[in-house]
Design a protein around this ligand. Structure first.
Ligand SMILES: *[C@@H]1O[C@H](CO)[C@@H](O)[C@H](O)[C@H]1NC(C)=O
Length: 461
């Protein structure tokens, strides 16, 4: 209540004084001097005391400077009428009056305080950061830096200026470092055994980038694990980072088919080979013509070092047993294997026989190629000789042949039997090898035999 009253009086005084109604030299009012309520106005007119040193409260100002001059002079700072000019320290901005005076109301004519000067909060930049010496306060310097892999572009720092604005412009962090890409090593692969291709696999290349962690790698060429045929392949990889910096790498895959020299078929035989005939892993099997027997290994394999396993097999004329006792037993040996040309003459001095003999000797290889064996029956019983090359036949066999095939001993004649022993053609005149060959090829050889004869024709040259 007392305080309220004092306040009321003070206000009253302020109004009075403002109207210029105050009187110099009148007494001071002491808010707590008298609590009695009185009605005489003059008694309550506040007295203004220019001498009272603590008329106004001390003007407080943080972070600023006050310079006062008092009518009383000297060190008086709070006497009535004291005027103070106010200023702020660097980095602070004055809010309020720059000049105040101590009024009759025991108040200062205005307020003032120093507010710290701040710039606006600096926004963060992509892929970067900054650190400031004094936050966002004036004169604070903020240094920018970029995260690894990025380089700063623009101002490296900004300073908060007095005018509350930042110096310079916001920098950016840019990625100029291309990513790194490492391809697998180039490689040579040998086609798999028995194949003309190879399956080639490799590790996906690894890409690293100072800025990006997830990089997309693009491939140009076959993918790992593909089956490659013989040849050379270039596989390229490419990677981009987010800033479109690019890196490339490449390596080669060379698929080689190892090959052995082409195998020669055996004389009187042929080969059947798997795969591509002479590539690594190919298997060749030796076969002999009818009437020939294989001596040696059946199959050979093309090895990785380009050589064939084992030795070539040979086809040798089958053994003819001439000590058999019947024509049937002799003929059985040729059944389904050889054709027979049986030459019969009454005498070794027979002109036809002599002529034919010369021609047959020359044709021996050609007849052999056509699977023909020659049997000679020479003379008239009992001076009769039968032979296959050097091998002599038994008289019973000669007789048996003559009877079974109705071969006369009275004049020169020849009988051609097919491989089933069937009598196919007879000649009573000497016949050239060409004629014989033509007939055999046309009527006695199978399709397959004709083809192989075609391949081996030059063997008799
Ligand atoms: C190839 O390899 C086989 C078996 O490994 C060997 O017996 C043969 O001598 C080699 N041939 C060559 C020409 O090196």
């Amino acid at each position: 209540m007392k305080n309220f009253l004092a306040f009321l009086l003070l206000e009253l005084f302020t109004v009075y004084h403002a109207l210029g109604l105050s009187h110099e030299g009148s007494g001071a009012i002491y808010p707590n001097s008298n609590n009695e309520v009185v009605h005489e106005e003059t008694y309550y007119t506040p007295e203004v005391d220019y001498t009272y040193p603590q008329w106004c409260q001390t003007f407080k100002l943080h972070n600023g400077h006050i310079k006062c001059s008092s009518p009383r002079g000297g060190n008086h700072r709070n006497t009535l009428g004291t005027r103070c000019s106010v200023s702020c320290e660097r980095g602070y901005k004055l809010l309020g009056q720059s000049s105040v005076h101590c009024m009759g109301s025991r108040r200062w004519s205005g307020t003032a305080f120093c507010r710290i000067v701040r710039c606006h909060v600096l926004p963060y930049i992509q892929h970067g950061t900054y650190s400031c010496s004094r936050g966002f306060l004036v004169h604070s310097r903020c240094d920018y830096s970029c995260v690894q892999g990025y380089q700063i572009e623009g101002d490296r720092y900004r300073v908060c200026q007095e005018g509350r604005s930042w110096s310079g412009a916001e920098p950016t962090c840019a990625d100029h470092d291309p990513p790194k890409l490492k391809c697998p090593l180039s490689r040579v692969k040998v086609a798999e055994p028995g194949k003309l291709t190879a399956t080639v696999s490799w590790e996906r290349p690894t890409a690293t980038d100072t800025a990006d962690t997830s990089l997309q790698i693009l491939r140009n060429g076959p993918e790992s694990g593909s089956e490659f045929s013989e040849g050379q392949y270039v596989i390229r990889y490419k990677v981009y980072d987010q800033a479109r910096n690019m890196a490339t790498c490449k390596f080669t895959v060379h698929v080689e088919v190892k090959r052995c020299p082409v195998l020669k078929p055996p004389l009187h035989g042929f080969l059947s080979c798997s795969s591509d005939n002479n590539n690594y892993g190919a298997v060749c099997e030796y076969h002999c013509d009818p009437g020939y027997e294989r001596s040696g290994i059946t199959t050979r394999v093309c090895l990785l070092n380009r050589s064939w396993s084992d030795q070539a097999a040979e086809c040798t004329m089958m053994e003819i047993k001439t000590d058999v006792r019947s024509a049937g037993a002799l003929l059985d040996q040729f059944y389904e294997k050889r054709r027979l040309l049986i030459v019969s003459t009454p005498s070794p001095s027979d002109q036809y026989f002599k002529l034919q003999n010369i021609m047959l000797q020359r044709a021996a290889c050609g007849l052999d190629l056509r699977h023909v064996t020659v049997i000679e029956l020479i003379g008239i019983p009992p001076q009769e000789v039968g032979r296959i090359k050097e091998q002599q036949l038994e008289p019973e066999v000669i007789e048996g042949l003559r009877q079974a095939l109705q071969i006369t001993s009275s004049y020169f004649n020849m009988v051609l039997l097919d491989e089933l022993g069937v009598d196919r053609e007879r000649f009573i005149n000497p016949t050239t090898s060409d004629e014989l060959y033509t007939y055999i090829e046309e009527y006695l050889l199978t399709e397959e035999e004709r083809e192989r004869l075609q391949l081996n024709r030059d063997l008799c040259d």
